[in-house]
Write a protein that binds this ligand. Structure first.
Ligand SMILES: C[S@@+](CC[C@H](N)C(=O)[O-])C[C@H]1O[C@@H](n2cnc3c(N)ncnc32)[C@H](O)[C@@H]1O
Length: 272
């Protein structure tokens, strides 16, 4: 089954605006793994389900060439519009049918994306195109484990966030639930004996309330809710912003708070 939940132009544009690139900590883990398993040179990285290109751009400085692939033309248009990355090419395509010859790719990544793919067909394709020693890195973060800190109001902010998630549970698709399990099933199915699962990389950073609300708006379950009841979905965002403002005792949605995300990374290396 192919999921097509990231097709709208509006969704693509908020995606570009509010989705974060993976943190440097995670990028460094992946590059170090690739160095250990395959070594230099790093020629070609393929970023599957690249969306608006956040992860592809992160890889650009470390590879001769990066190819981002996604089934949605709308997100690719947004990715192509970001200037300054001449060694990235974005192509429309599916993770299950890759346009590369056997043994030609150094690194295959999928950032918060592989749970949407047909697992067995994607893993067979990734195995085919990777060079011997080449690596697979399936990364992401869980939406259940986000924690907020603003002065002394952390727990109460966490509670509001959990209530928003609760409203959206009925609209949560099976793949998103798999991402929350850190793609455990997919990791088990990786056919390489040399694999490693890093389940918990805690990363703290700052986010404005406005961007947090925008981030929630990018979720596929929020978009599913909006499709069913646009007014209620809009009210959920407005209400969330208001509740955070009230709890924090501020008036500006540009107020920054700290948030802590829990990333994971499933790594594997093709036998030499
Ligand atoms: C949650 S988004 C992640 C985007 C980006 N990698 C990021 O880190 O923000 C998932 C992306 O996977 C794409 N996608 C879903 N199924 C796919 C498939 N079978 N092949 C390629 N891309 C796919 C969607 O169109 C969407 O852009």
């Amino acid at each position: 089954m192919t999921y097509r939940l990231f097709e709208g132009k509006d969704h693509a544009s908020i995606y570009q605006k509010y989705r974060l690139p993976p943190p440097d900590e995670l990028k460094n883990i992946i590059l170090q793994y690739l160095d250990n398993k395959k070594g230099q040179p790093h020629v070609l990285a393929v970023d599957l389900g690249c969306g608006t290109g956040q992860n592809s751009r992160l890889l650009a400085a470390h590879f001769k060439q990066v190819v981002g692939i996604d089934i949605s033309e709308c997100v690719l248009e947004e990715a192509r519009a970001v200037p300054g990355f001449p060694n990235i090419t974005y192509r429309k395509g599916r993770a299950e049918e890759l346009p590369f010859s056997d043994g030609s790719v150094d690194l295959v990544t999928a950032s918060t994306a592989a749970h949407w793919f047909d697992h067995s067909r994607f893993l067979a394709e990734a195995s085919r195109v990777l060079k011997p020693g080449g690596c697979l890195a399936l990364l992401g973060y869980t939406l259940t484990k986000i924690r907020f800190h603003y002065q002394n109001y952390g727990d109460r902010l966490d509670h509001i966030y959990q209530e928003v998630k609760q409203v959206l549970i009925p609209y949560t698709s099976n793949p998103v639930a798999q991402c929350d399990s850190k793609q455990e099933e997919l990791y088990s199915a990786i056919p390489f004996p040399d694999k490693e699962r890093i389940e918990c990389i805690q990363v703290k950073s700052f986010i404005t309330l406005k961007n947090l609300v925008g981030f929630i708006e990018t979720w596929s379950m929020f978009q599913a809710y909006k499709k069913k009841d646009p007014q209620a979905a809009n009210d959920l965002l407005l209400n969330t912003e208001k509740r955070f403002l009230d709890e924090m005792g501020v008036t500006s949605p540009d107020t920054e708070m700290e948030w802590e995300l829990e990333y994971f990374c499933n790594l594997a290396s093709k036998p030499k």
